[in-house]
Design a protein around this ligand. Sequence first.
Ligand SMILES: [Zn+2]
Length: 498
Amino acid sequence: MSSTEKLYLEYKSVMQKVADVKYAAAVLQWDQETYLPEKGAEFRGRQLATLSEISHEMFINDKNEGLLKDLLSKDLPQEQKRNVALTWEDYSRLKKLTPEFVRKMSETVSASFFAWIEARKQNSYKIFEPKLAPLVDLKRQEAELYGYEGHPYNALMDEYEKGATVQKIDTIFEDIKLPLRQLLSEIQNDRPVDDSFLRQHFLKQQQWEWGMYLAKQLGFDFERGRQDISEHPFTTNFSSQDVRITTRIDEHDFANMTWSTIHEVGHALYEQGLPPEQYGLPLGEYASLGIHESQSRLWENCVGRGNAFWSYYLPQLKQFFPEQFKDVSKDQFLKAINKVQPSLVRAEADELTYHFHVMVRYELEKRLIEGSLQVKEIPLYWNDQYKALLGVDVPDDKSGCLQDVHWSHGSFGYFATYSLGSFYAAQLWQHANKTIPGLETEISQQGKTKSLLLWLRNNVHKHGRFYNSNELCAAVTGHELDSKVFVSYLKEKLNDLK
Ligand SMILES: [Zn+2]
């Protein structure tokens, strides 16, 4: 073995040990959001803070810095070279934070998460506010520590979507706002769609079984993962061999669990498709949150709200819920599950108005981070924006500014990736349909999505972080991100449903 090979192995071993600690923390986090008894919260917060401090120290130190610099100067095979370059980027970024800062952030996040749970229970933002305020302060400090060009929010967005800036996202949202508004007003002139059959009574246990059936059908590997219940559905992983999804069930809302399950399965299929031999290394990780979201939105919307899918699965659904869907035709069903209507909750929004929900959060966060909006002003700002952009009155905090878990996690800079994900999804879906022969037929006649999954595995999943999001999009579809593809996808779909 050459000295360079030895050096690379040493690097790999360091990275995998750091990953061991991070994934151990992820198990505790997953447990915190699924099974942790209430009184365990305080010490759990401590445990997580300690692990995040330890993993930071294991990664950021002079020895590793020397090792990385050494490797950067060597002539390495392509994949190794890319791993080292990406690790160096991460290193340079994280080096700007001290272990004390990382610990403080983790403790503040845990306190804020439990305050958010309690605030939702009591439907009162006032309970969340005193725990959110110090977290926003820390995030503003973090932006300063990382450093940025232009807007301080750029520093935070970069963590989730490398290269995303206020300037770029503002332009994307400006471009898409008008066509979405036009489309919305056209639809609002049409006859209202009846979706009342989705709000009959659906027993929890039956919904659970239906969700598990769908997850299996779509290719979620239960030997390398499981599903549980949580307050806010999410996907996490402890390696590509252990991927966890969660869902929530509302007995009076069929849509809630079904499409959130398909969504999380989309995320999970990506994680299960990452190369296990790259465990702990950048090429074993997802490309960006925008790309992650493209996977969930592709399965949830392009596949899971599509005609082909329900041609096969509506008859299956009728076996699970014979009473509730007995008189529902495929046409009625498709119209109902694609109904466009401004509403209060992002996670349950239709494919069109969804992006207005994202825009509200994006603008709000930008202002919080630049300091032009105070934490105590959030509910008022939120409610005003919902009236202005979506035309709805927010009746209470729970269905207003307390609905998303992200801020309690300290995830500022995240929301724009939800819209980017939908736009990437439309582009990937368009290309998949051009490239995979007989895809629609396979789905509609046999309920099979295997060739789509295989295509995603080969074109997206297996690359890990090798390409950044725009490079990946261009490599797979031949073009960088273009939100016009999303607009035409949506127009065509909604027109077909008329
Ligand atoms: Zn998602």
